[in-house]
Design a protein around this ligand. Structure first.
Ligand code: E4P
Length: 229
């Protein structure tokens, strides 16, 4: 399963890319606004530090302008993935941009029917928003199960299920169990995934016991310690 991070905060991105666990980044207009940065500049900088796809969303809703914006964004770097909304014009833009060799992420997906349309339009990624469905009392993860099941019936479909609007590590674990290809994870949630109180407790105990041995793995004979004394 691939992990993307859902942020336009370059410092966060650099920090998490250094873990070697990040396969890509997703942004959206809200995340760009939150960053306070110039859109094109920040996308260029993210693309330079991230090894995989970086989603950058068009701001227009009409086909002609979406295409113009998408083509401009695609020129920023080879790993730009143009994000378009799941609307009729968005899917037309998806088909056209995909035909030009640009990766397209179709966003704001809330139904299996929409996901099927995006796949037929040649999307590289479909982004179902699980957290926003949960927010309205609908089971977000059920949508992932449906889409994964449908896509599996047609092995020739190349669209990857990119689980979006992730709110907790549980969303990621459930998505992995279902075989979703990608989860885009907010930095805070990715950090939560590292954490377990028993890991901290166990490590504290191991360190205390190791100190009692008086040994050093890197200086087993104490030569360096003696030389320093
Ligand atoms: C996905 O690409 C979106 O940027 C994102 O996951 C939306 O998440 P939110 O519902 O937390 O805003």
């Amino acid at each position: 399963m691939k992990f993307f991070i859902d942020t336009a905060d370059l410092a966060e991105i650099k920090d998490l890319v250094a873990t070697g666990l990040v396969d890509g980044v997703t942004t959206n207009p809200s995340l760009i606004a939150k960053s306070g940065r110039n859109f094109l500049e920040v996308v260029r900088e993210i693309c330079a530090v991230v090894p995989g796809p970086v989603s950058a969303e068009v701001a227009a809703v009409d086909l002609a302008t979406m295409l113009a914006e998408g083509r401009k964004l695609a020129k920023i770097a080879p790993n730009v993935t143009v994000k378009v909304p799941l609307t009729p014009d968005g899917l037309k833009a998806c088909r056209a941009l995909a035909g030009e060799g640009t990766m397209v992420n179709v966003t704001l997906c809330f139904s299996a029917a929409q996901a099927l349309l995006a796949a037929k339009a040649g999307a590289s990624f479909i982004s179902p928003f699980v957290g926003r469905l949960d927010d309205i009392g609908a089971p977000g993860m059920e949508l992932i199960r449906e889409i994964v099941t449908i896509y599996r019936q047609y092995p020739s479909l190349k669209t990857e299920v990119l689980v979006a609007s992730v709110r907790s590590p549980l969303h990621v674990i459930e998505a992995a169990k279902m075989g979703a290809h990608v989860a885009t994870i907010p930095p805070a949630v990715l950090r939560q995934m590292f954490a377990h109180p028993l890991t901290d407790k166990g490590l504290t105990a191991f360190l205390a016991d190791w100190a009692k041995t008086g040994q050093s793995i890197l200086d087993p004979d104490g030569a360096e310690r003696k030389a320093a004394e």
